[in-house]
Design a protein around this ligand. Structure first.
Ligand SMILES: Cc1ncc(COP(=O)(O)O)c(C=O)c1O
Length: 415
């Protein structure tokens, strides 16, 4: 029998580990503070050590049948309880990440619309909504209607109102959107949804586990969660500003009836009743256990401490960037995520892609957006603000020309 490319004789563990340690030396070093967005670095060795221990402890467990793993079941239930309390939700489930949470919200909205006779359900969102909505619409056969944003980078309720019709199933608001870090006018969008008896999803994948503490620090945060009438579902990622490692998000609903639409039950096979509350079947134990451990270990005091660091670091980055002639923050953000770009009002001409290249050469990893460079501040960035501003200033001074790197986000698809 052919075994394809699987090696005929296995590699000894010590040999493999040594080779991998060497290979990884050139991978992105997030602990040093020069990486943005892919890892949310708390710079907290105790939390990191705890997460490693917990991951190893639950590594082989499978939450497919949670009744076999009672500890996981309890951890998941308590995590969901904490999430419901934080956002004022009536029901919740864990998922593997923001994209899966968004898929589930779109599926729930599609099926709610179908149940009231809508044959070709539509989703309305701003162009700043995360691509996971486009992906969900493609997979779930929902028509996505993309609408331009206002001058402040936020979704435009007037454009949404004009595009609503009998097939509208779901309105989307981001809190905040990834590209600019601004929170859409959730109150107005949710009111449009409620007035027209359709659903409204708030994508708080980024903001969910930061904004409640941001608000407690006294920062102005416009209403965005279930306190807003008309918000029917919400996604919030524990693996972003919840500071857990990857593989865990929460999808929440205002009431259990809506949530029930995402529950899948099946017994038309010989294997017994199959029931699941999210898209996955087999579910790895480690992310569930680590989500619980992270929330429980940090507690409100820990999240406040980290939010304060993020807030102060964000201020430092913004002040530093805006002190450099020729640069501006594209849209004043509501949080710790923003884009900076060439200032069109400045006499100094800046090629922002060239600046990105010069920053790369200095070891920084800033994602290139269509209009500028993207910054996502983690607590661990507070130690590199001065270095960043110094490097950025010299990158602008000797910007040269851009090497033509693409504006990319996320996976580059491999064959
Ligand atoms: C606002 C927003 N929504 C959704 C997602 C998708 O989350 P994930 O990459 O965990 O699937 C992201 C990811 O950055 C995001 O920023």
């Amino acid at each position: 029998m052919e075994t394809g490319n699987i090696p005929r004789v296995g590699t000894p563990a010590d040999e493999m580990l040594m080779a991998l340690s060497k290979e990884r030396e050139d991978d992105l070093d997030w602990r040093g503070g020069k990486a943005f967005s892919l890892v949310y670095n708390t710079d907290d060795p105790e939390l990191e050590a705890l997460q490693h221990e917990i991951a190893a402890m639950f590594l082989h467990e499978n939450a497919l049948n949670p009744f076999r793993y009672r500890t996981l079941l309890r951890m998941e239930a308590e995590t969901l309880d904490m999430a419901r309390g934080l956002f004022g939700a009536g029901a919740a489930a864990l998922s593997s990440g923001g994209s899966e949470s968004i898929f589930l919200a779109v599926q729930t909205a599609r099926d709610s619309a179908r149940a009231r006779g809508v044959l070709a359900p539509e989703l309305l969102c701003a162009t700043t909504a995360h691509p996971a909505f486009a992906k969900a619409c493609k997979y779930l056969d929902v028509k996505q209607i993309l609408l331009p944003v206002r001058g402040d980078g936020r979704a435009d309720p007037a454009a949404i109102a004009n595009s609503m019709g009998p097939s509208t199933a779901l309105l989307v608001a981001s809190a905040p959107c990834y590209p600019f870090g601004v929170i859409d006018p959730v109150e107005e969008i949710a009111a449009l949804a409620a007035d027209n008896d359709v659903l409204c999803h708030v994508d708080a994948c980024l903001g969910g586990y930061l904004l409640p503490f941001w608000e407690k620090l006294g920062e102005p945060v416009p209403p965005w969660d279930f306190r807003v009438e008309g918000v029917t579902s919400l996604s919030a990622d524990i693996h972003k500003y919840g500071y857990c490692f990857k593989g865990v998000s929460t999808i929440l609903y205002r009431d259990r009836d809506l949530y029930k639409r995402q529950i899948f039950m099946y017994d038309s096979w010989p294997g017994g009743l199959y029931a699941s509350a999210s898209a996955a079947g087999t579910r790895p134990g480690s992310p569930i256990a680590a989500a619980w451990a992270t929330l429980t270990h940090l507690g409100e005091a820990g999240y406040m401490r980290l939010a304060r660091r993020v807030l102060e670091a964000t201020r430092g980055f913004r002040v530093g960037i805006e002190s450099i002639d020729g640069l501006r923050v594209s849209y004043p953000p509501d949080m710790s995520v923003f884009e900076f770009s060439a200032d069109p009002d400045s006499p100094r001409v800046v090629d922002i892609d060239a600046v990105g290249d010069r920053m790369d050469e200095r070891g920084w990893n800033l994602d290139r957006q269509q209009g500028g460079l993207h910054v996502m501040v983690s607590p661990g960035h507070d130690k590199v603000i001065d270095l960043f501003v110094e490097d950025l200033s010299s990158a602008v001074a000797d910007q040269g020309t851009a090497g033509g790197k693409a504006h990319t986000y996320g996976d580059v698809v491999q064959d």
